[in-house]
Structure formats: structure tokens, C-alpha cells
Design a protein around this ligand. Sequence first.
Ligand code: 7TS
Length: 420
Amino acid sequence: MSTHTAKTQRALDPVALRADFPILAQEVRVGKPLIYLDNAATTQKPQVVLDVLNSYYREINANVHRAIHRLGELATAAYEEARVKVAAFINAPSERSVIFTRGTTESINLVAHSWGDRYLRAGDEILISEMEHHSNIVPWQLVAKRTGAKLKFIPLTSTGELDMDAFHKLLTPSVKILAVAHMSNVLGTINPARDLVRAAHAVGAVVLLDGAQSAPHLPVDMQELDCDFYAFSGHKMCAPTGVGILYARESLLEEMDPFLGGGEMINKVTLTDATWADLPHKFEAGTPNIAGAIGIGAAVDYLKSVGMDAIHAYEQELTSYAIEQLETIPDLQIHGHARERGGAISFSIEGVHPHDVSHFLDRDGIAIRAGHMCAQPLMRVRGVTALSRASPYFYNTREEVDVLAKSLIGVREFFHRANG
Ligand code: 7TS
């Protein structure tokens, strides 16, 4: 389990915290309280985030960075204040390196275009891994086609960790960018980000970490990780959908061309040419998701008040408990046994399709994910077409895990009887 637990000061009370999330108080079927275990897909939103969205639209709604009127000033100040909060949350050296995007997917596409199109040439290599989400595969395939660069893949071990020997062999001076998940959305593996960054920098490559699954669950520190790009999504960490972050090293952002062109990102425009606005606005074309950005500011305030160390420590404990419980179920196989792992718990039950597992669990009010989890290459590596996945957050309890385990035993028994 992760070393982050060492820093824990405060224990977390999931039952008390649940009261902050109105959606969790409901029964989704008669007599079946909602057991929401699909947090790797998206998390629920606390009242403080809902309130901030409401008051933004009720009280200060206006476009940002252009209006010379009271509401415009208030909206701009709130939007920029959210950026400062996010920068502090990830310990970015400056808010100039924090760009609001629509989410992890857009953040990675921004890098693949603005960095990739500028710096990649035929013969260069892009190194990713076999555990990536499609969002950290397809943009690289596209830029490889545009530039003639070659895509290479770090293989995995049977426990679901990066094969580090293979990584070091693949990491030649031809590699210009290493793009890997900080935490896998399927296997739960927490990759050794600091070691990967150090090794990649030693051959002159830049590093993008896909933080979609790490930023919500671990304390992350841009200066400690020393990565060049870090992408994550608000909706997986208590904020609204449609807003995310790209952190990037300021010197790279200065050199890169804009991703999208339009209003807001320019300094001066003539009919034939344009110059760019200062960072970070150069990368924020058009009217941004203002409410979403303010929402992510409120979400990081909330997560800080709970404590990222406490969240991580609690989830480590709950994940170990859940794995222990699930491993007692016959014919159930967990995919992902990394030494350092977070709470994405993927599994298969022999003879039962993951979609059937989800349907059965849904009747007990339990929400889990089934399918390829946007990681089809990883499914192929694991020899499956689909998996089931339970992914807890800090508001889930041991009691909910017990209901999950009981319901899974029921699913297995039903199908084994039905299959004779
Ligand atoms: N990278 C990882 C590791 C992810 O888990 C996800 C979303 C993304 C990128 C894309 O994030 P988005 O917010 O831009 O869509 N993962 C999942 C999941 O596992 N189930 O639903 C979405």
C-alpha cells in the first residue's frame, strides 16, 4: 500500500461526511439505500459545491475578462480565485501554469496538439503504457499519424504494475514524451511517478501524468513530482462536469502554440495575423466554463478541509477491506495486485457477464461500472473483453462494502444455479 499514509494526522469520519452529499441520502429502489461505488467514473457533489454554483448564477453571472461592470468584475475575480485555489491544491509554482479545460481528455489533447505538433518529428518516439485510458492513447495515435512519430508501449507485469525493466529498455533518447497514468482507472495501480519522471528527464523527454484518478484521491504536488504536464478532471473530485485542469511547466507553455483560437486568447488580431495573450489565457479560447471553474475552486476547498492525507489513508484501509471481502467469494478474480494501489477494484466472476453483475447489483441499490472501462488495450492484455469495477471514495463505508460482498455472493449463486 502507498507510502502517503505515513503523513496522516486526522482520521476521517465517512458517516459524518456523507451528510455533506444530499444525493447519498436517497433510496434508489424501494428499501434499498443508494450504495454509490462508481466514483472512478464520477463522484458526487457536496452541498458547498452545489451552493456555489447556485449563488454564481443567482448573484454574479457575467462573462469574464471583458466586462467593465460590477458583475463582470465579480465573476472574473471568482474565476481567477478558483485558479489560485487549484494551483495551491497541487502546489503548482504559479497559477500561470494552471489552465482550465473541459477535463482530462481535453487537457491531454491540448498537449498532443500544442506540444506534439510543434516538437515531434518522424523518427521520434512517444512512450505510453498498456494500462492507459483511451484518453491517453488516442490523442497520441493521432499526433503520431500527423507527425510520423512512433508510439511505443510499456508492458505490464501479471500484478498490473509497469514492467520497469522493459520501461528502462524502451526509454531511449528517441523518446520525446512519456505519457502515463498516475493511477490506473482499472487496476488501481499507483505508478512510481517520481521515478518515471526522473528517468525520462535523464534522456531529455518531457512527462505527462494522467492524474484523472490520482488528483481526487492522493495529495499531489507538482513541484515534488516534477512532471511537465499533469491532467485531471473536476467531476472525479467533487466538482461539476465539464471542467478540468491542465497543469504545465510555464516555460513549455510559453513556447507552445495555442490549442484553440478565438476570443480571450489573443493580444492583437489583424485580418491576417494574431498575437497571443499572456499565460494562462493563451490556452483558454472562448467563454470558459465559469461556473465549473468556481465549482472546482469550492471542491478543492472542501477536499482540503477533509484533508487529502486523511482521504488517502481512509481509502487505503477501505480498499484493503473490500479486496479481503471480495477475495473470499468463490470464482471471483480481482484484476490488479500492485503493491501501491488505490481504490479502483476491478474483478470478474467466472461464468457471469459483467453487465449481468451490474444489473443484479443495481436491484440492491448498488452502482458499479461494467465494461471495458475505456481501456480496451488493457482488457486484451488481461485476456478479457469486460470487467466489473467497484470504486469507493471517502464517503463510502465498510457497511456498504459488506452489502456489496453479500450481493455479489447472491449473483454468483444465481448464475451458477442457472448455468447448472
Ligand atoms: N484518464 C483516466 C485514467 C480516467 O480514468 C479517465 C476517466 C479519463 C482519463 C478521462 O476523463 P474525462 O473526465 O476527460 O472523461 N475514466 C472513467 C472511468 O474509468 N469510467 O468512466 C470514466
